[in-house]
Each structure stands twice: as structure tokens, then as C-alpha cells.
Design a protein around this ligand. Structure first.
Ligand SMILES: Cc1cc2nc3c(=O)[nH]c(=O)nc-3n(C[C@H](O)[C@H](O)[C@H](O)COP(=O)(O)OP(=O)(O)OC[C@H]3O[C@@H](n4cnc5c(N)ncnc54)[C@H](O)[C@@H]3O)c2cc1C
Length: 400
């Protein structure tokens, strides 16, 4: 094989970040996937999908040179997080308790994509507006019939990953029987840059702070609820759906932010716990192609960006003579990603199960546990550090 070319399949945030990072490292990179530049943003109109980006993800986007290209009038720092249990459980986490100015940033997916599009354009990354179809030894076939040489194929092609299937990479998949229902809301009261979450035995509601609009304070809703409840909600005519949701929100939040009014479309995404073995000869997966977690901790994309950051580091450190698709490098990538992916899967799945239990002793234990945590500054500090994705840096500091 003569080529050193790396093909990144998938043009979502993870694929774009991988292609840009590789171009910055002077790798020969080709991006394969649909080319859909995000629509220009309009004042007071927000893209329905937003992400809570951790400090680690922010630093990674800084290293890629795109963080400063964001329109900061559309980015909201999260300074505190309040979590309510289903009885009297309550945890109040504030960034200053861990000597940090922010815990995360709420950003529309379209805004992250916009700056990554700019980055790959500035770095002259070749982009084939086509789709991956199949793999042969050292090459990729596209849906339009082109054959492209590759020493390494990075599958960043999302949860249904055709690359994963073609490479025969094994994995496990567990549906949660829930959907994440998302929309943006106008609140009566200011959100104070707080992310608030309500855990109940049959749903997890998160309200994330967003920029104020002419209509008032704005929050983004991610409500993980049973498939039946989500489908029943989505099946209602628009006006009824809106009225139902607003009533349910008032009850779930006990009016914490006053009346909440739906201000955008309502969308729902099925939720899964998925893991894979991430690599095969000449193939590495990243992002949702490699793993999916419950969105209750808002960490799926952060994990995907972590994959890319680690893979870039491993490829950069390889000797000049070494092919980017060498299996020893890919195994190293799998090893370094195993712990963070497993840890996030366990935490999110553990919390999901803890709150899914209807047994009376479990209800007491989980709410008592939350109240205890709320009184323990050390544990709270660890939670804040974990929520902002700073665990590894923190560990480094502790060792000094
Ligand atoms: C309700 C909900 C809320 C969430 N909130 C958060 C949050 O707050 N914070 C967070 O970090 N994460 C969050 N997540 C997780 C996050 O949405 C995902 O982890 C992230 O979008 C994955 O990005 P990706 O680039 O890996 O995949 P995708 O965004 O799915 O991109 C895959 C890309 O591959 C392309 N593709 C598909 N097939 C082919 C093919 N054959 N050839 C070429 N290209 C192809 C697609 O067109 C697409 O561009 C949330 C998830 C849900 C469901």
C-alpha cells in the first residue's frame, strides 16, 4: 500500500473536528459525507439541537482554532447546576465551589458546525460530497461508485455507522425505551445561568440556560421520557401538544422558572446505551459510531470529541515511517478510550437505573443520598470537576 491518506467518513461535529485536527497536523486527509453548510443564524431564532460542552471540549476546540470563531452572543456559560430528586433530594453545584468560573457552555449544534466548516475550508481539506458504501483492503467505495485509497478510515458516521458494519466491529446496544424530547422555551423568570434537572421515577427533565430573546429569558429543554409518552405527545396537533407540554412542565418544575412557553418545534430522539470495540485493521470509530450514552449527563458529544483528541495525539506521536492505520496505534487508541467511555456509560446508566426503580426503600435511599452529597463540599467539588470534564487535569494536579 502506497498511500498515507486518512479518510474521515461522516460530516457531523465529530467528523469535522477529526478532519480539521488531521489537516492541522499535516496529515493527508479526505472528508467523505454530505456537505450541508448550516443555515445562517437569525436573531432570536435558535437551532433546536443544543449541546452542553465541557471545559475539555472547549479546550479542544481552542486547539483546533475554532472556539474564537463562535458567535458568543449565542453561547451561554453554565455557572451552576441544581438537581432535584423525586422526593426531597436536592444537590446544588456551583462552579465557584471548585474555583472555576463556568461548568459548561450551552451552544447550538449548528453554531459548532458553522465554525468547523470554516476551519476545514481554511485548511483546504478535500471534501467528497458523497456517502461511504463499502470497505475493501486499503480503500473505500462510495455510493456514487468512486474508489478512494485509505491507510486509515475514521468512522464518524453516527449511531447507525455504515463503517462500523462494513468493518465488522462488534458492539452492544440497549434501548432505554425512552426518547429525548427537545424544544426551546420562554421562561417567566431569569435562569441565572443555571442548568436545572429534575429526576423522577419515569423521566429526567433538564432545562439548560440559553440567550435571552425579545420574548424574555430562554431555556432549552431535554426531557427524557418513555417512548409511549413521547409518541403520544408528538402525535397531538401542534396547539394541543404545546398546551400539554406547558402544563406538564409547570407541574414538573413546580413553577421554578414561572410559566414556560414553547417557542420552537418539538423533536424527539430515541435513547440507547451502546458500546463497541472501536477498531479493526485500518479502521477507527469515533463519536456516536463508537458509543452512545443516555443524555442525562449531556456528555455524548463531549465523549466523541474526547475520542478525536486522543486519536489525534496518538497519530501525531507515531514515528514518521509508521502508517496511520497500523493496528498497534489503533489498539492504543482503543485502550486509552476504554476508561472514559466505560466510566461515562456506568455513571449515566447507573443514574438512570437508580431513578427508574419504584421500590420504596430505593426512593428513600436516592433522595437521602442527594441530600448528603449536598452537605459534602469535597464530593461536590469532585462532581463539579467531573461535570466540566476536568477529571484528568484535576488528577494531574493532585499528583503534583
Ligand atoms: C436528546 C439528546 C441530547 C443530547 N445532549 C447532549 C449534550 O448536551 N452534550 C453532549 O455532549 N452530547 C449530547 N448528546 C449526544 C450528541 O447528540 C451526540 O453524541 C453527537 O451528536 C454525536 O455526533 P457525531 O458527529 O458522532 O454523529 P452525528 O451527529 O450523527 O453525525 C454523523 C454524520 O455521519 C454522516 N453519515 C451517515 N451515514 C454516512 C455515510 N454512509 N457516509 C458518509 N457520511 C455518513 C451523517 O450525515 C452525519 O453528518 C445528546 C443526545 C440526545 C439524543
Amino acid at each position: 500500500m502506497s498511500t498515507n491518506q486518512i479518510i474521515v467518513c461522516g460530516t457531523g461535529i465529530v467528523g469535522l473536528a477529526a478532519a480539521l485536527g488531521l489537516a492541522r497536523q499535516q496529515e493527508k486527509v479526505l472528508l467523505l459525507g454530505p456537505r450541508k453548510p448550516p443555515e445562517p443564524a437569525q436573531a432570536d431564532v435558535y437551532f433546536p439541537r443544543v449541546y452542553a460542552l465541557s471545559s475539555e471540549s472547549k479546550q479542544f476546540l481552542e486547539r483546533l482554532g475554532v472556539w474564537d470563531l463562535l458567535d458568543f452572543s449565542r453561547v451561554t456559560p453554565v455557572e451552576s447546576m441544581q438537581v432535584y430528586g423525586d422526593a426531597s433530594g436536592y444537590v446544588d453545584l456551583r462552579a465557584w465551589q471548585a474555583v472555576q468560573p463556568e461548568m459548561a457552555w450551552i451552544i447550538e449544534s449548528s453554531e459548532i458546525e458553522r465554525v468547523l466548516h470554516q476551519g476545514v475550508k481554511m485548511f483546504g481539506v478535500s471534501w467528497h460530497d458523497d456517502r461511504f458504501q463499502s470497505l475493501t483492503a486499503h480503500s473505500v467505495k462510495t455510493e456514487s461508485g468512486r474508489q478512494l485509497e485509505a491507510a486509515l478510515v475514521i468512522g464518524a458516521d453516527g449511531a447507525d455507522s455504515p463503517v462500523r458494519a462494513a468493518a465488522g466491529i462488534s458492539g452492544t446496544s440497549k434501548p432505554y425505551g425512552q426518547m429525548g424530547v427537545v424544544t426551546h422555551l420562554t421562561a417567566e423568570r431569569p435562569h441565572g445561568h443555571a442548568a436545572v434537572q429534575w429526576f423522577t421515577s419515569d423521566s429526567v427533565l433538564a432545562l439548560l440556560p440559553m440567550p435571552d430573546t425579545a420574548d424574555g429569558p430562554q431555556v432549552s429543554m431535554v426531557w427524557s421520557m418513555s417512548n409511549d409518552r413521547a409518541q403520544a405527545l408528538l402525535a397531538l396537533p401542534q396547539a394541543e401538544r404545546q398546551a400539554r407540554l406547558e402544563l406538564d412542565l409547570l407541574a414538573a418544575t413546580e413553577g421554578a422558572l414561572g410559566r414556560l412557553t414553547v417557542r420552537s418545534g418539538v423533536f424527539a430522539f430515541p435513547l440507547f446505551l451502546e458500546r463497541s470495540s472501536m477498531v479493526a485493521p485500518g479502521v477507527a470509530l469515533a463519536g456516536d459510531a463508537a458509543h452512545r450514552v443516555h443524555p442525562l449527563a449531556g456528555q455524548g458529544l463531549n465523549l466523541g470529541l474526547g475520542d478525536v483528541a486522543q486519536l489525534l495525539g496518538i497519530l501525531k506521536a507515531r514515528p514518521q515511517w509508521c502508517s496511520p492505520g497500523q493496528i498497534s496505534l489503533l489498539r492504543r487508541y482503543r485502550r486509552v478510550r476504554a476508561e472514559p467511555v466505560m466510566a461515562m456509560s456506568l455513571v449515566t446508566d447507573g443514574l438512570f437505573r437508580l431513578f427508574a426503580s419504584h421500590s420504596a426503600p430505593m426512593v428513600v435511599v436516592r433522595n437521602l443520598g442527594m441530600r448528603l452529597v449536598d452537605r459534602m463540599p469535597f464530593i461536590k467539588r469532585q462532581l463539579i470537576v467531573g461535570a466540566s470534564g476536568e477529571r484528568s487535569r484535576e488528577r494531574g494536579r493532585d499528583l503534583k
